[in-house]
Design a protein around this ligand. Structure first.
Ligand code: UD1
Length: 422
């Protein structure tokens, strides 16, 4: 298995361009199943999760061509030949459950294995299922599979008991072809959900209220295949800003929507970093006076849970006391043990992490436990004294396109070692 070797201590500088958003691309690729014909998707990042979802829609009957150098994916949809997604496809990636909405809408049945994915807590799917039930689907759990059936989906009024990105997207995909009007309350407002909604609108769906907590959908009979370009990845953009922060470097992150990372840039400013923003870029530079701060992960526009692990690495280097409250997922502190091994002073009490800034981190052999925990170790390695060896980097391959190449271009000393330690 490949590893990263990072010799820390280099101040990063220069420009980096952000790839397309994984968490928008995944539901949009699946939503292409809602229209017969050829969909063309641009700005699709070349990532393991994208390949997995492509395999999933091919299994269901789509044919695809992925031009990874151009980041363009062509998807041809004719007959949907399978309604099931086997465990082998689900276990590597939780987002495979997105097939449920489109399958129910198009053929009235969907059998998917209960999800696997990141090891960051229990992550149930009850809100998705209750939404399908509200629209008339019958759901059974059998032999590790969720089996959903609906002769025809009917529009419904449904209030999600908790804000869920996945459930908002999944139910929206089912509702666009249902008969009548669906009113969803307590919806996720994440840019990824809005991007999916914009894609569906372009296909001919009738949706209002995107980006608010109430979304209304008037079902249509048929959707048309379209060409669409995915938004930039706000989590990747945020990770690069944090790479600038932890190395006290000067970085310009290009092809980003600054409003998508407002919670992060506000936090970096509170710490004392200098931020400049343009229409599609953000620059970070260091300052002499940095001080600890407090964040709480929340649904958008709050601080994203996906940047909690990465910012914790930066906090280990900020003088004073820093506090993180993780409210989205339990068990999302698996990076803490590894950061402690690199010298981080971190105390955990339930869902609260208290991080005391230390003078410097020191290199150690460490291991990724999930995608964003993995990013936090790369950031720590960039700042640590000595050579950090990071194992199980397949986790970061799931969500960061050309991570080591992009960091090298900013001056980092990071090498991907093929066939390194398992
Ligand atoms: C979540 C994040 C998203 C992030 C992604 C990957 C939020 C609101 N969502 O999206 O930003 O990119 O993880 O790390 O920050 N839940 C249920 N039942 C359900 C669905 C969800 O109880 O049926 C709970 C989850 O356990 C979690 C919360 O609701 O505590 C939010 O989950 P959800 O937004 O659905 O998760 P993802 O779509 O994976």
């Amino acid at each position: 298995m490949d590893t990263y070797e990072i010799t820390g201590g280099k101040k990063l500088s220069g420009d980096v361009t952000v790839s397309g958003a994984k968490n928008a691309a995944l539901p949009i690729i699946v939503a292409s199943l809602l229209a017969d014909g050829e969909t063309i998707l641009k700005n699709i990042p070349d990532l393991m999760d994208i390949r997995t979802i492509i395999t999933a829609i091919e299994h269901l009957g789509a044919s695809t061509e992925f031009h990874k150098e151009k980041n363009t994916l062509k998807i041809k949809v004719g007959n949907i030949k399978n309604a099931d997604l086997p465990y082998d496809l689900m276990k590597t990636m939780r987002a495979s459950y997105y097939v449920m909405g489109p399958l129910l809408a198009r053929i009235g049945e969907a059998d998917v294995s209960l999800p696997g994915g990141c090891a960051i807590g229990e992550r149930p799917v009850d809100i998705h299922l209750a939404g399908f039930e509200a629209m008339g689907a019958v759901i059974k759990l059998e032999h590790g599979y969720i089996k959903a059936r609906a002769k025809s989906l009917k529009g419904a009024e449904y209030t999600m008991r908790k804000i869920s990105v996945g459930a908002t997207a999944n139910i929206m995909m089912a509702a666009v072809l249902a008969s009548g009007r669906t009113v969803l309350e307590n919806c996720a407002m994440e840019p990824d959900v809005v991007d999916l909604g914009n894609f569906l609108l372009k296909m001919g769906a009738r949706i209002s209220g995107l980006g608010t907590e109430r979304i209304e959908i008037e079902g249509v009979k048929k959707l048309n295949p379209v060409e669409y370009s995915i938004i930039p990845d706000r989590i990747e953009a945020g990770t690069f800003l944090l790479a600038g922060a932890i190395t006290r470097g000067k970085i310009k992150v290009s092809r980003v929507v600054p409003e998508h990372i407002g919670a992060l840039t506000d936090t970096l400013e509170e710490i004392g970093f200098r931020l400049e923003k343009g229409p599609d870029w953000v620059k970070i530079s260091p300052s002499q006076k940095l001080q600890g701060t407090k964040i709480k992960t929340l649904p958008f526009p709050g601080f994203p849970t996906d940047l909690q692990a990465p910012i914790m690495s930066v906090f280990t280097t900020i003088p004073g006391i820093n506090v993180i409250i993780e409210t989205i997922f339990e068990n999302r502190f698996t990076h803490v043990g590894e950061l402690r091994r690199m010298g981080g002073d971190i105390t955990i009490e339930g869902n609260v992490a208290i991080i005391k800034g230390v003078k410097g981190l020191s290199a150690a052999p460490v291991m990724m436990s999930d995608l964003r925990a993995g990013a936090s170790l790369v950031l720590a390695g960039l700042a640590a004294k000595g050579k950090t060896e990071i194992r199980r980097i397949y986790h970061s391959d799931r969500g960061y396109e050309k991570l080591s190449e992009k960091l090298q271009a900013l001056g980092a000393d990071i090498v991907r070692v093929r066939g390194g330690n398992p």
